[in-house]
Design a protein around this ligand. Sequence first.
Ligand SMILES: [Zn+2]
Length: 314
Amino acid sequence: MITFCTSKLYYFLKPAIPWPIRIRARRLLADHLRKQIRNSWPILPSSAKPPKGWPGWPNSKQFAFVVTHDVEGVRGLARCRKLADLDQALGIRSAFNFVPEGEYRVPDTIRAKLDQDGFEVGIHDLHHDGSLYRSSRHFSEQAPRINRYLNAWVASGFRSGFMFHNLDWVHRLNMLYDSSTFDTDPFEPQPDGVGTIFPFWVQDGDRKGYVELPYTLPQDFTLFVLLKERTIDLWTQKLDWVASHGGMALVIVHPDYISFDGKPNDSEYPADLYKRLLKYVISRYGDICWVALPREVATYAAQFRPSLVPSTYT
Ligand SMILES: [Zn+2]
């Protein structure tokens, strides 16, 4: 398993390693890892226990379904409109998380249009180069810049690049929720999960706090690019399990890896796979599922402050 230190070295060297070599190495590691984690991925049975003070979902809904899109690079940025149209055509509103100072700049017009159409806009890291969590001091130096974007974009949420996380440091950001963790995902460079399929409150001493929204469905990149899955069976298997335990099915889908032209390359998968997931949720759970934006779930959870205490994660 890759340790946090090794992964820091990896992100330092990453720009110098060609993509075909990187992805081949990651696929070998992922195939090896997959054989060892059958009892903890994609389902970690202990994560079904609700946090203390969890009130259940509003309007007696059985579970929540939350769609988020992380826009990694210029390729993803160019596909945002198509992805938003796909969501909209099926009646889904999702959150688009943009990198403020990465390899692209987000035109104000794109953010405004998403906002106008009922989508949410969030912050995804700052540079998306794996450096944000390098040290506590470095994080503190970057936090004011991230806070400026949170304020300027009127954004409620933050997600780090590569799902690096330290729930204590995140208190330095002025947002309603963080979504940089997961219930279980051993394929991530910092693989310690929070072990819950529910939103939970992270308190900062007796001062403020924020809501943590772990993602709970496998990432599209992991399923279709790394593991080369050709069906959505792992998505629906996990979704059914989360639904049966009344949790939050939160998925991350990247426009960068979706092929809309029917000719996916080695780092892409057909848009139809994602479309099938949305159709599955709507047709099977339409009446009993709260299809919500992450900021809506966070606003709801913040009223009750469900807590992981006694904490499985500190
Ligand atoms: Zn990312």
